[in-house]
Ligand binder design. Structure first.
Ligand code: UD1
Ligand code: UDP
Length: 372
């Protein structure tokens, strides 16, 4: 019988952890593999929430997060720390996920150790170097270092082919976020105690998140300003719930524009289980998040995207997502349309699952067992 294949999974931020957690669990339960986890902890509290929610733990924790950390700073520290772990563990493959700085540093560290790289959620592209920033380039650079490209969709596969990746190295698996979401929503959750007592649940719920680097500063002020206008205008009929990212820059902008509005609820980042429940109870999702563009359509929720371009065009093609940009007037108009035009709302409010069927993790495990 063949020895167990040794896998090292590397991640560091909330979205990577959510999307890697089902894979960690499956690999650790599968007798064909010995799977270990190294986290950079580029995020701290927001990462720990996810680890706890999915009941997974790290074999290595670089505990990297600092307030005010810069891109070069995270890249340098992650690279040095991860290379030492890979050198010690000598895995058959390193798995990284997505497009963060941890992703790129993990793939580069593996390359320096001449260890094969598997990239989960490979092949997403906007074609714009600075949007999302720095994620578009992190994903492209990771692609250059990757041996096994796990593309979530056919569009992602085509992007990889266009980048010169051999077809034989690309595997279309679906996105593991759908595995995570379906497992979590199915297990249910009571929101009491998470969202606070002030929300009138008989009103329409707008779920808002905003954190992207390209929205820091003036765009974020414009976005939150537009949300404030809408909160006032629709006060009789709308509750806005905004779990605020831990980044102090985001928190300052949210507090400045939204802290004293009675029907806007600024809350701490939610654990994944209550968060997915909240998504399922929402009337409308407004976000610049990558992952929520994948989750909201699966739950039948229209999603308005606070960006000019997206690397996730599938939900737009399916009619459940729409780009509304990050300028005050376009954000205001985009949200107002869905709050006032029932036909426009219902045209977007249908379940679509262009990102996966909830079985991505099984496919990835079977492929790893075959190729390693
Ligand atoms: C990072 C990723 C981004 C991803 C996002 C998900 C990069 C360059 N960016 O952006 O792709 O979409 O995570 O949220 O990899 N902080 C805390 N506690 C936490 C997490 C963050 O206090 O648990 C604060 C810290 O002050 C930290 C700051 O947020 O310095 C920014 O974190 P960082 O990981 O550098 O950037 P994000 O904007 O979170
Ligand atoms: N999320 C969460 N709690 C929150 C906000 C978001 O669990 O308070 C989840 C959300 O469901 C999605 C992921 O975090 O799976 C998105 O993370 P984020 O927006 O930070 O990063 P991105 O997807 O933009 O990279």
């Amino acid at each position: 019988m063949q020895d167990k294949r040794k896998i090292l999974l590397i991640f560091g931020t909330r979205p990577e952890a959510i999307k890697m957690a089902p894979l960690v669990r499956e690999l650790q339960a599968d007798a064909r593999f010995e799977a270990k986890v190294a986290v950079t902890a580029q995020h701290r509290e927001m990462l720990d929430q996810v680890m706890e929610c999915f009941g997974i733990s790290a074999d290595y924790d670089l505990n990297m997060m600092r307030h005010g950390q810069t891109l070069a700073d995270i890249t340098g520290r992650a690279l040095t720390g991860l290379q030492a772990i890979i050198a010690e563990e000598k895995p058959d493959v390193v798995l990284v996920h997505g497009d963060t700085t941890t992703t790129f540093a993990g793939a580069l560290a593996a390359f320096y150790e001449q260890t094969p790289v598997g990239h989960i959620e490979a092949g997403l592209r906007t074609g714009d170097k600075y949007a999302p920033y720095p994620e578009e380039i992190n994903r492209r650079l990771t692609g250059v270092l990757t041996d096994y490209h796990f593309a979530p969709t056919e569009t992602a596969r085509q992007n990889l082919l266009a980048a010169g990746v051999p077809d034989a190295n690309i595997y279309v698996t679906g996105n593991t976020v759908i595995d995570a979401l379906l497992q979590t929503v199915a297990s249910g959750c009571d929101l009491t105690g998470y969202v606070g007592g002030g929300v009138d649940w008989s009103k329409r719920i707008l779920l808002l998140t905003c954190h992207r680097r390209e929205n820091w500063g003036e765009p974020m002020r414009q976005i939150f300003g537009a949300v404030r206008r809408l909160a006032d205008e629709f006060a009789g009929d709308l509750e806005i719930i905004c779990p605020v990212h831990k980044n102090p820059l985001v928190r300052e902008a949210a507090a400045e524009f939204l802290s004293d509005v009675p029907n806007v609820h600024l809350i701490e980042p939610l654990e994944y289980r209550p968060f997915s429940k909240l998504m399922s109870l929402s009337y409308l999702v407004v976000t610049d998040s990558g992952g929520m563009q994948e989750e909201a359509p699966a739950l039948g929720k229209p999603v308005l995207v606070l960006r000019e371009v997206t690397e996730r065009p599938e939900a737009i093609a399916a009619g459940t997502a729409k780009l509304i940009g990050n300028e005050g007037e376009s954000v205001y108009r985009g949200i107002k349309e869905l709050l006032t035009d029932e036909a426009a709302y219902h045209a977007m409010a249908h379940a679509a699952n262009p990102y996966g069927d909830g079985h991505a993790v099984e496919r990835i495990c079977d492929i790893l067992a075959r190729v390693l």
